[in-house]
Design a protein around this ligand. Structure first.
Ligand SMILES: Cc1cc2nc3c(=O)[nH]c(=O)nc-3n(C[C@H](O)[C@H](O)[C@H](O)COP(=O)(O)OP(=O)(O)OC[C@H]3O[C@@H](n4cnc5c(N)ncnc54)[C@H](O)[C@@H]3O)c2cc1C
Length: 406
């Protein structure tokens, strides 16, 4: 058996959660830059497969998009076309396995979604029919069924809603921390604050990664740095066209149970975690005015002060109270800004840079849904050193068409 075949059999066994790791001398040294949920999952799968992994983050685990996210795990109608839907579907399935294996804080139970105009609602019904063709147990639920699923919801008795029973939602901060903790148990090192500054090459191959905390010898670097602008160009010599947009996520203090599932109502999304906290997101985003435009230019990760944060939180809470009366009494615990890492065609960017092939890019929206499958596939590509057909459509070298689905 040659080295590659031997390594592959080790990797397959290790990624299946059993069997030995590759021998110490064969260990691939990988630096994962970015300790959001995507970097954490890649680090976990790499470490589990026997790589020597160092995760670095300039601030800390789950401090950016993976904190300010709605964290809905789904393969619903917006996941287009079929290949991307199938990737999302496989990740939802794999979430169920990781949920058990690593005790991740996921609440399953599905989602309800509807719109407030007839034309869009008719399109939703068509999209749900397509979901069924694609193997999802989704259906349009009548108002009486909606009332059974969500007894506290004010819902038009003449309306209906899309019910997608497979969906779930996760506490993304705890999930990221648990993935990193599991990576550490497989020998990974997690270091923060530690900023990626540069990559050193010799003969075109990566030799070390330069950081604010010093140099780290490495064979591969994974850029899981989310929406951070300019990094792919600077580090990997490839620009990724992104149209990152900000979103506001509001978290309440723990409350008695109000909502059972993910509810995507016109204007507001919400779900309630097992710890009682309700997570609120909005569809349209903050009001567009000059003050906001100016503030957003600097891509803030936090509000300037608590008063401004609460203004945003109250706006979203009021929208939720139109559907769940008890939300009017909710106490706001935190309000986050999240910047979506969003390649312009809405699909993940996964693969080596064309100029610097030892630098692997992993930048995506819907990264909460996709983190498990992406972690598994990227770890296999890196360790087996072989391109996987399944990821070909997501390469950083593709032609990016601007498609707005979000
Ligand atoms: C408002 C909102 C709602 C969303 N809703 C959903 C949803 O319902 N479902 C879903 O699946 N997805 C959703 N998403 C998308 C999802 O949250 C992201 O795709 C995902 O969190 C991206 O994870 P990440 O690890 O790639 O990025 P991030 O979590 O942003 O992590 C990147 C990390 O890189 C670090 N970093 C940056 N530069 C450097 C550097 N130079 N050196 C070291 N570290 C660096 C940062 O500190 C950061 O911790 C939403 C996003 C937003 C903003």
């Amino acid at each position: 058996m040659d080295r590659r075949t031997l390594l592959k059999s080790f990797v397959a066994a290790a990624l299946a959660g059993c069997g030995p790791s590759p021998a110490e001398t064969n260990r691939l040294r990988v630096v994962v830059a970015g300790a959001g949920i995507v970097g954490a999952s890649i680090a976990y799968h790499l470490a589990r497969a026997g790589a020597s992994v160092t995760v670095i983050d300039r601030q800390g685990p789950a401090t950016h998009a993976s904190r300010g996210t709605f964290a809905w795990i789904n393969a619903t109608w917006a996941k287009q076309p079929r290949h991307y839907h199938a990737l999302s579907q496989d990740s939802v399935t794999y979430w169920r396995e990781l949920h058990q294996l690593l005790n991740l804080p996921v609440r399953w139970g599905g989602s309800l979604e509807w719109f407030d105009n007839d034309e869009r609602q008719a399109l939703l019904a068509e999209q749900i029919a397509e979901q069924v063709e694609w193997g999802e147990p989704a259906r349009m639920a009548s108002a009486s069924e909606v009332a059974e699923l969500e007894p506290n919801l004010s819902f038009d008795p003449g309306a209906n809603a899309a019910y997608s029973p497979n969906d779930g939602a996760v506490d993304p901060v705890i999930a990221t921390q648990r993935l990193l903790g599991a990576a550490e148990r497989f020998g990974a090192t997690v270091s923060f604050p530690c900023e990626l500054l540069d990559a050193s090459l010799s003969g075109g191959r990566l030799t070390s990664v330069e950081t604010s905390a010093g140099s780290i010898e490495a064979d591969r670097l994974v850029l899981a740095t989310g929406a951070a602008p300019g990094l792919p160009g600077h580090i990997a010599e490839i620009e990724i066209p992104q149209r990152s947009t900000p979103g506001v996520i509001t978290l309440t203090r723990p409350m008695p149970r109000i909502v059972n599932r993910i509810v995507a109502a016109p204007g507001v999304h919400l779900h309630q975690r097992d710890d009682g906290r309700v997570v609120l997101g909005e569809q349209e985003g903050a009001p567009e005015n000059e003050a906001h435009a100016l503030r957003l230019q600097a891509r803030p990760n936090d509000f300037p002060d608590e008063t401004v944060a609460l203004q945003h939180g109250n706006r979203v809470r009021e929208a939720a109270a139109r559907y769940f009366a008890d939300m009017a009494e909710a106490e706001i615990e935190a309000v986050y800004i999240g910047w979506r890492p969003l390649p312009v065609d809405g699909h993940p960017v996964l693969g080596p840079g064309p100029v610097r092939p030892d630098i692997y890019l992993a930048i995506m929206h819907s990264g909460v849904t996709l983190a498990p499958i992406v972690g598994q596939l990227v770890a296999r590509e890196l360790i087996e050193d072989e391109a996987m057909e399944r990821l070909e459509r997501y390469r950083p070298t593709r032609t990016f068409e601007r498609i707005e689905r979000y």
